[in-house]
Design a protein around this ligand. Structure first.
Ligand code: HEC
Length: 215
């Protein structure tokens, strides 16, 4: 429906110049999550303010603190009324440390609704495919993927931008939603405590032993 020359011309005109890269037929161009100073889908899919009333995008399945190297099933959920076609783009990057902004962990699609495009910056951009732009329910749609947590222990920030199109053959009245979630690495505190608790009595015993027998 959207592949009309009019929609294409309008989107390109809105994006401003002939220098705009042609949209990837298999998904949005990399670098449009709205995070780390990136633009969002709003660059081309205009018509409303970002995060306008009536919808939202969320990331389900993220722990408060991730376990290093653990696998997590993540679902991007877009809730928006009167959506005909929808899409998203997500990236997971370090939020702190000297690797800030670099890709954090690995993301793997679980079915043909989702694909990954590697950005020139080395970041994995996960997005919908053509098969994945259809709705899974009347007012909501979702995309699932697996995230393998990194092993450096720095905090990770997820940025997602999602787009809800009302199927009027134009990118002009689309709604764009963004959100971000920051999670920390689980600190191995418990392990240290157990180690300390088991070593401490031993040290005390040795100290006592030395004190008694050196007199
Ligand atoms: C550089 C401009 C541009 C950007 C940025 C862009 N799009 Fe698009 N998008 C288009 C154009 C043009 C079309 C219509 C032509 C087509 O279908 O290929 C389109 C169509 C779509 C469709 C309709 C289904 C389909 O596959 O045709 C979806 C869904 C979509 N975009 C999602 C997104 C999402 C999500 C983002 C942001 C993460 C985004 N787009 C960013 C230009 C863009």
């Amino acid at each position: 429906m959207r592949r009309t020359p009019l929609a294409l011309a309008a989107a390109l005109a809105l994006a401003g110049a002939a220098a705009v890269p042609a949209p990837n037929p298999e998904g949005p161009p990399p670098g449009h999550t709205g995070g780390f100073g990136e633009p969002s889908c709003l660059t081309c899919h205009q018509g409303s303010d970002l995060n306008a009333f009536g919808g939202r995008v969320t990331i389900e399945g993220l722990p408060n603190e991730y376990v290093q190297g653990e696998r997590y099933l993540l679902t991007v959920l877009l809730e928006a009324e009167e959506t005909d076609l929808a899409g998203f783009q997500l990236a997971a990057r370090y939020g702190t440390g000297n690797e800030q902004g670099r890709a954090a962990g690995e993301i793997h699609p679980l079915n043909d609704r989702v694909a990954v495009t590697m950005g020139t910056n080395g970041v994995q951009y996960v997005h919908q495919t053509r098969q994945g732009s259809g709705m899974s329910a009347p007012d909501s749609t979702s995309w699932s993927m697996e995230w393998i947590a990194p092993s450096t222990g720095n905090s990770v920030v997820f940025h997602v931008a999602a787009n809800s199109g009302n199927g009027d053959n134009s990118p002009l009245s689309d709604l764009v939603y963004t959100t971000d979630v920051i999670i920390d690495a689980e600190t191995p505190q418990l392990g240290w405590r157990i180690l300390l608790l088991s070593v401490l009595p031993l040290l005390l015993f040795i100290a006592l032993w030395i004190w008694i027998f050196r007199r």
